[in-house]
Design a protein around this ligand. Structure first.
Ligand code: AMP
Length: 141
């Protein structure tokens, strides 16, 4: 079991923002920007090269739904980078496929190739993570 399998099963806690039969979405601990979310297939696949058409449809169709909820959760969000690192050479560090949804803010002065090179976790308390996760999760209600 990798770390994301353990997050999906609840063995390791996470700040969950969305879950259905196919995907589990939670705050990336690094919070490259506030609201930075990972969308992870529940099925264990290591990277995009292991997707078949059925899995691709199940997972990729969810990205707009979750992206829109993140955007709605904070009016200051004006854009979003969606990134998936596949393979060590591409910067992948957790070998369970995942999609980074990284909110962007006017004048945030970040480059568009972001994760996982930035770690802002020391700036976020458990309360702050929870507040962001709840704001996103409530958009699905
Ligand atoms: P990648 O380099 O694309 O494989 O990204 C892996 C991401 O997983 C990094 O951005 C990490 O911050 C994030 N990450 C690792 N462990 C955890 C965790 N326990 N909870 C939330 N995010 C995590």
């Amino acid at each position: 079991m990798d770390i994301f399998d353990k997050i999906i099963s609840g063995e390791i806690p996470s700040y969950k923002v969305y879950e259905d039969n196919d995907v589990f979405a939670f705050l990336d601990i690094s919070q490259v920007t506030p609201g930075h979310t990972l969308v992870v297939p529940k099925q264990h696949v290591s990277d995009i090269f292991a997707y078949d058409d059925d899995l691709a449809q199940k997972i990729l169709l969810k990205l707009p739904l979750i992206a829109k909820a993140i955007k709605k959760s904070n009016p200051a969000i004006t854009g979003m980078n969606i990134q998936s690192n596949n393979g060590q050479s591409a910067g992948q560090t957790v070998f369970h496929s995942h999609w980074h949804l990284i909110p962007r803010f006017d004048n945030d002065n970040l480059s568009s190739v972001l994760a996982p090179t930035i770690d802002n976790s020391e700036n976020f308390s458990p309360d702050q993570y929870q507040k962001i996760a709840t704001a996103i999760a409530s958009q699905f209600e």
